[in-house]
Write a protein that binds this ligand. Structure first.
Ligand SMILES: Nc1ncnc2c1ncn2[C@@H]1O[C@H](COP(=O)(O)OP(=O)(O)O)[C@@H](O)[C@H]1O
Ligand SMILES: [Mg+2]
Length: 162
């Protein structure tokens, strides 16, 4: 359980954060990536997938496909609901099209997926563009499963810059 805000001053920082989170995910984990266009959601998803054993070249934006599925250490569903404008359109999908209980689910533009969620272990990341190279990200989770992430972020200086 926790809440933490970090500035990611480079793509390397984004990689470091994603790698820490990847190490602490497990089957059924859901990662919701909030934030405007260009705020770094897909970039972060790529780094996260890399930490989960997927070659980064295989990870592309699911904006047009809605769902990309990769096989890493576990199955990974990479979802992007940007193109779904209403819960009406969401009705074309089953929960199983968008969420995997056997692996990790990563969701960009996640608002509409909330209606499918009950008590899955969930971590929220809210991205904001600060400048060309800097993104501000707020991590938040109500699940104890992810406590280690917050403990490490609060205690250890894993970023060289802050
Ligand atoms: N610190 C950073 N973290 C993530 N992306 C960054 C960062 N600095 C610059 N960028 C750039 O911002 C863009 C983010 O695009 P993308 O990840 O596709 O955003 P989104 O999926 O949120 O629309 C990429 O071109 C990326 O290289
Ligand atoms: Mg994207």
């Amino acid at each position: 359980m926790g809440n933490h805000i970090i500035n990611l001053n480079s793509l390397n920082d984004t990689d470091i954060l994603a790698s820490l989170i990847a190490k602490n995910l497990f089957s059924k984990s859901i990662v919701l990536l909030w934030g405007e266009m260009g705020s770094g959601k897909t970039t972060f998803a790529k780094s996260l997938c890399s930490g989960l054993g997927v070659q980064t070249e295989k990870v592309t934006s699911p904006t047009y496909t809605i769902a990309n599925i990769y096989q890493g250490l576990l199955p990974i569903f990479h979802i992007d609901l940007f193109r779904l404008s209403s819960s009406q359109e969401l009705e074309d999908f089953d929960r199983n099209d968008l969420i995997t209980d056997e692996g990790i689910t990563i969701v960009e533009w996640p608002k509409l997926i909330l209606s499918f969620l009950t008590d899955e272990p969930l971590i929220n990341l809210k991205f904001e563009t600060v400048s060309n190279c800097t993104r501000r990200v707020e991590l938040e989770s109500n699940f104890q499963d992810f406590d280690k992430i917050f403990t490490i972020l609060k205690k250890d200086n894993i970023f060289n810059n802050n």
